[in-house]
Design a protein around this ligand. Structure first.
Ligand code: SF4
Ligand code: MG
Length: 419
């Protein structure tokens, strides 16, 4: 006899909630089938049914609302091990939101079991109806919605190609139905009609009256979809290891922010600076922040250079702040402190109170896409914390080598008279 998947903690659900019954029966089904909890991966969805995780001794993964079948599909294909049982627990709300993911798992006939706990409401947000709410249940609450029939999720899954799909009420048949589903090779779906005493139906007797769905059970005799095992390849295998070629005089940790506009080479300049740091024997981290639109708005690169390993990569207030455009200034203005060293494009020098460490027409000299790199190179030449040659050496290895070297050359050129 295997151990139970259930920890034995008190149920976190409201008294009388149907989810407690389903969880209990799922535990029993796995136990009676002899499935070890450590061979079980439960993928839970957002919603009341998702709080089941804390009750289980199995592996658990909590997915985004409606997305748990897609997550489980990836886990099943990745594991590629028929001994492992992947079980998704989703509510009727999640199934409505993520219907396409349900159909896709059924269409591919991926070997997993999806339990849809259909209590006909979004319980966690106060009892709104879902796409699976029954017609009679909606009659008093939302008379106009009554005219719209619920999705027949079992029929849909069957038509999409599920090996097994079944609708049953919480009650005596549930245990055996769950066992059939878990034993099915391929995609199995069990829609359990259950109670939500807080926002939906309180009693089983009422449930049978108001949940006017027919019980149903379908099968497709199909081979489950599996992927051919492949040799695992490390994502880092093609990454070039930078061995120190230069020396840095940096003694303390330096937190640097490059602030400018999206599409103007801020991230590239940050990458090159971090790589130059590594080439100089330092530990370096680099993080990027920019709007999802990528080509408009601000762009921020945060770089930490350090003699010691960096365990926290966040920067609240930088030691060194490069400001290359109005977008960048607007984004970082409130992170300037009395000790921040500023390197700023001359067009913005009047916008900050404290005297900058370097002020220059970087945008004019390097072009808007080269201003950040030129500013970094200019700082390296003055501060000598890293050899400027390290940055040049990294630029020479880059696929945009010619462009980058052309920008760096601007720093070598004599400054025009009167500048
Ligand atoms: S709100 Fe409803 S579904 Fe959620 S735990 Fe309570 S009874 Fe169960
Ligand atoms: Mg629900």
């Amino acid at each position: 006899m295997v151990e139970s998947i259930l920890i034995g903690k008190p149920s976190p659900f409201c008294p009388g909630c149907g989810h407690s019954v389903v969880t209990h029966d799922l535990g029993r089904a796995l136990e009676e089938l002899g499935v070890d909890p450590l061979d079980t991966i439960v993928v839970s969805d957002i919603g009341c049914c998702g709080i089941v995780d804390g009750l289980l001794t199995s592996h658990t993964v909590h997915g985004l609302h409606g997305r748990s079948p897609a997550l489980a599909l990836g886990i099943t294909l990745g594991l590629n091990n028929p001994r492992k049982k992947v079980i998704v627990i989703q509510g009727d709300g999640g199934a409505t939101i993520g219907l396409q993911h349900v159909l896709e798992a059924a269409r591919q006939n991926v070997d997993l079991t999806l339990l849809i706990l259909n209590n006909m409401v979004y319980g966690m947000t106060g009892g709104q109806i879902s796409g699976l709410s029954a017609t009679e249940f909606k009659a008093d609450r939302f008379p106009e919605a009554r005219k719209i029939p619920p999705y027949d999720i079992c029929q849909l899954a069957h038509n999409a190609g599920a090996a097994f799909s079944c609708r049953t009420f919480v009650g005596k048949k549930l245990l055996e139905t769950l066992k059939t589903a878990i034993e099915t090779e391929g995609f199995s779906l069990v829609e359990v009609i259950d109670m939500c005493p807080s926002h939906g139906v309180r009693k089983l007797k009422d449930l049978q009256q108001l949940a006017d769905y027919p019980e149903a059970s379908y099968q497709n005799h199909r081979t489950p979809f599996r992927v051919t095992p492949r040799e695992t390849v490390s994502l880092l295998q093609d990454v070039e290891i930078l061995k120190p070629e230069f020396k840095s005089s940096l003694e303390h940790r330096l937190r640097i922010i490059l602030a400018g506009s999206a599409g103007e080479g801020i991230q590239l300049a940050g990458d090159l600076l971090a790589a130059a740091g590594m080439l100089s024997g330092l530990y370096c981290t680099k993080k990027g922040e920019y709007p999802i639109t990528v080509g408009t708005g601000f762009s921020i690169a945060e770089i930490i250079l350090s003699r010691d390993p960096v365990h926290y990569t966040g920067i609240d207030t930088p030691d060194l702040l490069f400001i290359l455009s109005p977008d960048g200034l607007a984004k970082v203005k409130d992170r300037i402190t009395a000790t921040t060293r500023l390197i700023i494009d001359e067009s913005l020098a009047g916008e900050v109170e404290q005297p900058p460490f370097i002020v220059r027409d970087f945008r004019g000299a390097g072009g808007k896409k080269g201003a950040a790199l030129l500013a970094v190179y200019s700082w390296l030449k003055q501060s000598k914390l890293l050899p400027p040659e390290a940055l040049k050496s990294i630029a020479e290895k880059h696929r945009k080598r010619d462009n980058l070297l052309r920008i760096l050359q601007k720093e070598e050129m004599p400054t025009p008279e009167g500048d």
